[in-house]
Design a protein around this ligand. Sequence first.
Ligand SMILES: Cc1cc2nc3c(=O)[nH]c(=O)nc-3n(C[C@H](O)[C@H](O)[C@H](O)COP(=O)(O)OP(=O)(O)OC[C@H]3O[C@@H](n4cnc5c(N)ncnc54)[C@H](O)[C@@H]3O)c2cc1C
Length: 419
Amino acid sequence: MKEYSALALLKNAFSGNRDWKPAWRKPDPKPEYDVVIVGGGGHGLATAYYLAREHGISNVAVVEKGWLGGGNVGRNTTIVRSNYLLPANTAFYEHSMKLWETLSHELNYNVMFSQRGILNLAHSPSQADDYIRRGNAMRHDGIDAVWMTPAEIARKVPGLDVSARARFPIVGGLMQPRAGTARHDAVAWGYARGADRRGVDMLENCEVTGFLRDGDRITGVTTTRGEIRAKKVAVAVAGSTGRVMKLAGIDRLPIESHVLQAFVSESLKPAIDTVVTFGGGHLYVSQSDKGGLVFGGDIDGYNSYAQRGNLPVVEEVMSELASLFPGWASVRLLRSWGGIMDMSMDGSPIITTGPLPGLYLNTGWCYGGFKATPASGWCFAFTIARDEPHPLNAAFTLERFHRGAVIDEKGQGATPRLH
Ligand SMILES: Cc1cc2nc3c(=O)[nH]c(=O)nc-3n(C[C@H](O)[C@H](O)[C@H](O)COP(=O)(O)OP(=O)(O)OC[C@H]3O[C@@H](n4cnc5c(N)ncnc54)[C@H](O)[C@@H]3O)c2cc1C
């Protein structure tokens, strides 16, 4: 497999770009692997990469029912940040941020990680107190956080209505300068190529339809491309967690599947060079390199496995955008789509061994699984290889919900709708 470089670009330009090789092979399934990973999204692919890279385990297959990157990893609004309050989340997401910072070089694949910052707007004194507390917790842990006044915000984000007459006046904002965005499908492709180069098999159009068992122990999977035996089976299927785990006989999990929509506007000239989130409702917006505004809001609020949403949320998100940026009210919406979200009951993820011998589970990513991709794969690979969690994911257990020891970042209770 060739390295991607400026020299390779030049050489291929002279040969009419006919010598590029596919980024990963299309092998037939082998009868047995050391590890089968179910789900070729960002988390499954990153797990495969780090299993091979960090633990020397490369007799691995990633089993994907559709095409690599066709799930949430290719459907999200691409925001990457580590601005959390609770210790378990802070340490985990900052580890992810550090992996993001070197990811393009690490993978020899440009994931277009752009540290343009994220600004959380506060619209009331109590919200400002809350954000300042979070910023202080971040700084205490060595994570960058800056409090911005309305005047500083007005200079940083022209077009934002910071006037006292605004529908939701802005009293300040918490900025994380190292946060930003990345090219979502490049992340999937980069990890896939990196894992493939180390011998991992990518099995696309291969749906897991059941599990092979020896008593309680999981010993492989049945798929639309035949039976595959495995010493270990790791499930990372995001919004399909309930459906896939049911095939293993696990029919009660602290996870609900919900649809979340994303929106892209027509291309504009450069209008906003950071990510802005609205504290008066739920809206996040940035501008892509092609000029489109990329934005989203709340989940639709009902359980669903459909990759499309409904008009009430479209209307709500558009009205929030127009109230923050009145000048954008006439910008045309170009595209929208939905993804199936694995919403956990406390808003935090699960990366664990079990719940059956031979089985490993990665789920519960809610709104935030894209930014978690590197750390999630890194920690899940560790957990699979060593049969125990890394300290960074030790708190992300399944049994915390039995004990009530939840990691409820927002303190909102066991309601996925609110996380
Ligand atoms: C609209 C939207 C906006 C978002 N915005 C952000 C954001 O700005 N920042 C952020 O951090 N996060 C964001 N997220 C969340 C983030 O995208 C997800 O949490 C994360 O991508 C989930 O992990 P994944 O990439 O592994 O999932 P996926 O890419 O969904 O991968 C799961 C894979 O499992 C496969 N699968 C399912 N069932 C089977 C089966 N039976 N057999 C084989 N394969 C199967 C699916 O086909 C899929 O490819 C957003 C999500 C959505 C939908």
